[in-house]
Ligand binder design. Structure first.
Ligand code: HEM
Length: 143
């Protein structure tokens, strides 16, 4: 990604990143198989757990991770740090039995959410997809 593209992606993300709970809710709603990988959420009614502190805590962890990766993005000297963080995350998730299909499900709902809430134009959507391709390439090498 060029620096301009990295900035576009970050701007789109800035518009939605405070909606942590809503984002995780949409992901679980569309993909109950993802919800069911969490021992603390498996089999529970989504609308009833949505307002629990556990749910908020986890939503914040995911969103903060994405924000962290984005803040490192577009800075070539920080590339090794991004790779280390993402490899670590991939290994943690492999150990939990998370699949590529589930990551792709996550991606699809997250991208729809950003599209609807931050009005991605064609260029920005292209850059957004490229950014996720890059991160998923690293994650998938660990699964
Ligand atoms: C932790 C599942 C995708 C970021 C976890 C935990 C589970 C899990 C079970 C442990 C929660 C706990 O012990 O409280 C999944 C599943 C996914 C997925 C089934 C399916 C796609 C993602 C994605 C991200 C992410 C795409 C970030 C972009 C994190 C973070 C943690 C975590 C930051 C806490 C740190 C850690 O323990 O690794 N995930 N996750 N997860 N997940 Fe995921």
């Amino acid at each position: 990604l060029s620096k301009e593209q990295a900035d576009e992606v970050r701007h789109a993300w800035d518009k939605v990143k405070s909606n942590e709970v809503e984002i995780l809710y949409e992901i679980f709603k569309a993909h109950p198989d993802i919800q069911n990988k969490f021992p603390q959420f498996a089999g529970k009614n989504l609308d009833s757990i949505k307002n629990n502190s556990d749910f908020g805590t986890h939503a914040t962890r995911i969103v903060s991770f994405i924000t962290e990766i984005m803040s490192l993005g577009g800075k070539p000297d920080l590339l090794p740090a991004i790779k280390t963080r993402v490899n670590e995350m991939g290994q943690n998730h492999r150990n939990r039995g998370v699949t590529k299909e589930q990551f792709n499900e996550f991606r699809s709902t997250l991208t729809d959410y950003v599209k609807h809430h931050s009005s991605l134009d064609g260029d920005t959507e292209h850059a957004w997809n490229q950014a996720i391709d890059n991160v998923f390439f690293i994650i998938f090498s660990n699964l």
